[in-house]
Design a protein around this ligand. Structure first.
Ligand SMILES: Cc1cc2nc3c(=O)[nH]c(=O)nc-3n(C[C@H](O)[C@H](O)[C@H](O)COP(=O)(O)O)c2cc1C
Length: 388
């Protein structure tokens, strides 16, 4: 299963073509739209999210609410395009746009602006930032939601919550899984600890006043993944490697941990590995889950636990130093309309990215061209391993 996406931040739309889905998967676009709406929320976001109300359209591969097995094309319109038609005119070489033809020549530190403009020989960094922008995460959420629909048929579910913003950490509230998720879902910063939430909101307000920005850490949890997704036999099929690579590709993510992650390096072997148990009811299981549900590149039947560290938003209303690429003189970096903190939104995008990777590993394990075939393969395998 694979996909390609396209679209600029202020262009007409974002699109993706997904290939390799089984036929007869029921797809409810309202579920996809729900995740798109979740991505748009979170305290600390900028003005753009007030303009967009993302909705997915399906252009191919779906009939009467079920996949056909042919490529599924998804489209999300950029409503803001109405305000940017001249600036983003695809056809007219003489178009100047509302910036009066002014080029963006003062690259923003922390963005692809400078390296992208040099690499592609662009005089106007807008030609880079339009695609590098995290607006692209909207289509990734839509694609991931399709993967999510697929794996949810096999009771694999994905959640996320924010554990830290601007150095303010959520306490471990010792909540059940459902409580944790429902508290995170109703929090303005997707944080289950109300005390931390309050302090985080204050910090976002303070930092906004100062023209600065914040990053943080979110955690993704995947329940119901059967033993044996991913592979130990080759490096590029390892589930942890795939999840980490995919999540690192999310804009502004600078670190990904599975289970104990970096902490594993600080303890002894006996304090880090998870002892193996067996009983009739559960079959094999582990006493603890420090591995975060993946051993040797394979899911081991436990919950997958992944944490992602997001750097602070690089566009600053009080900009840092840059160099004007036309004059080579020192200048303040350019300012684009921007979020102050997007960790809650990133956690929703992270869920979708993880969902897609798990769905891909699931397709590799169980194959099949129709959902009926996938289900038969899944049940057969689950029967085999439950008798071991
Ligand atoms: C959901 C989300 C929203 C973001 N919003 C902004 C934003 O408004 N302004 C900004 O400068 N960067 C924003 N970023 C981060 C940049 O897109 C990212 O830092 C940039 O593309 C450079 O990539 P890198 O940080 O991975 O190197 C956002 C990231 C995510 C995941």
């Amino acid at each position: 299963m694979r996909y390609l996406s396209a679209g600029e931040s202020h262009g007409p739309c974002l699109v993706a073509v997904i290939e390799g889905l089984p036929s007869n998967l029921e797809l409810n676009t309202e579920n996809i739209n729900r995740h798109l709406a979740r991505r748009q929320q979170g305290y600390g976001r900028g003005g753009r999210m007030k303009i967009e109300t993302d909705k997915v359209e399906v252009l191919s591969g779906l009939r009467f609410g079920k996949t056909l097995g042919s490529p599924l094309t998804l489209l999300i319109k950029n409503r803001d395009y109405d305000n940017w038609q001249e600036v983003m005119d695809p056809y007219n070489p003489a178009a100047k746009g509302k910036e009066g033809g002014a080029k963006l020549t003062r690259p923003r530190p922390g963005h692809a602006d400078l390296a992208g403009a040099l690499k592609y020989n662009h005089q106007d960094t807008r030609n880079v930032l339009e695609r590098a922008s995290a607006r692209e995460t909207a289509i990734r959420v839509a694609v991931g939601s399709v993967g999510r629909e697929l794996i949810s048929c096999f009771n694999i579910n994905i959640y996320s919550h924010v554990v830290e913003i601007g150095g303010i950490k959520a306490r471990d509230m010792n909540l059940s899984f459902q409580e944790l998720f429902s508290k995170a879902e109703s929090s303005q910063v997707r944080c289950a600890d109300p005390e931390a939430e309050e302090r985080i909101i204050e910090e976002i307000n303070r930092v906004k006043e100062e023209g600065d920005s914040l990053g943080g850490v979110f955690e993704i949890l995947v329940t119901g993944a059967p033993t044996g997704l991913g592979n130990h036999v080759h490096w590029d099929r390892k589930l942890d490697g795939r999840l980490a690579g995919a999540l690192m590709s999310l804009q502004a993510i600078k670190g990904v941990e599975v289970g104990f992650g970096f902490d594993a390096a600080r303890f002894r072997g006996s304090q880090v590995q998870d002892e193996i148990c067996y009983n009739e009811e559960r079959g094999y299981y582990h006493k603890t889950n420090r591995a975060g549900g993946i051993e040797g590149g394979l899911s081991n039947g436990e919950k997958l636990v992944i944490r992602c560290a997001m750097k602070p938003i690089p566009t600053l209303y009080k900009p840092l130093q840059s160099v004007d690429m036309e004059t080579k003189k020192i200048h303040k970096a350019g300012v684009e309309r921007s979020d102050v903190c997007a960790v809650p939104a990133a956690s929703v995008a992270g869920e979708a990215i993880a969902a897609w990777e798990v769905a891909q590993a699931f397709r590799e394990k169980f194959g099949g061209d129709s959902m009926e075939e996938v289900k038969a393969n899944y049940e057969n395998y689950m029967g085999i391993i439950s008798n071991r």
